[in-house]
Design a protein around this ligand. Sequence first.
Ligand code: ADP
Ligand code: MG
Length: 186
Amino acid sequence: MIMRMGTQGRLQLTLALIKPDVTRVPYVFEAIKQRIIDEQFLVVRSKEVRLRQKQTEKFYEEHRGKFFYNRLVTFMASGPTQALILAHEDAIKRWREVMGPTKVYRTKYEAPDTIRGTYGLTDTRNATHGSDAEDTATQETKFFFPEFCRKTWYEKEEPAFRRGQVIFHKKEFVHRISASSQEQWW
Ligand code: ADP
Ligand code: MG
């Protein structure tokens, strides 16, 4: 259990996925989770999902018809995916920077220290996903976490998360508001 420093601005949320190429290799999976924590992201929700092909087709609908679409949706249905809601002051942009560019073959040379540059296998099997804008972050969060209420989270949890009054639960890979900080509200 580790405390984290607070931040100044309002936290932004993004949807991150750790894709099936990673979840099947335990040491890579652990290294990427550690990188998320090292980069000061807060993990608001975390869940393992096993997507069926129909769901992956829907999630990647914008790419239907592209040459890589079939291999992408088959790959995403090939094993477990870890879905995460990450919080950070600039979560959407920052997570995409930490992931690195989409195309692994080029990224290995141009941004070798990024997650995709380090752990990506091919342009399709590129380790992680991150939402690319506010509206897609909201939509994609709903897709994976239909039970998550953004508005309630911002009202009830964001202030404590922003102040760093959270504890990291390593096994569940999630941050939760610490009991001692909740006591202040009684
Ligand atoms: P990103 O995941 O960086 O937002 P895109 O939305 O363009 O990238 O593509 C979605 C996913 O489709 C990528 O993460 C990757 O798995 C796959 N993909 C994209 N472009 C290619 C390509 N040229 N060749 C093979 N797979 C690709
Ligand atoms: Mg994309």
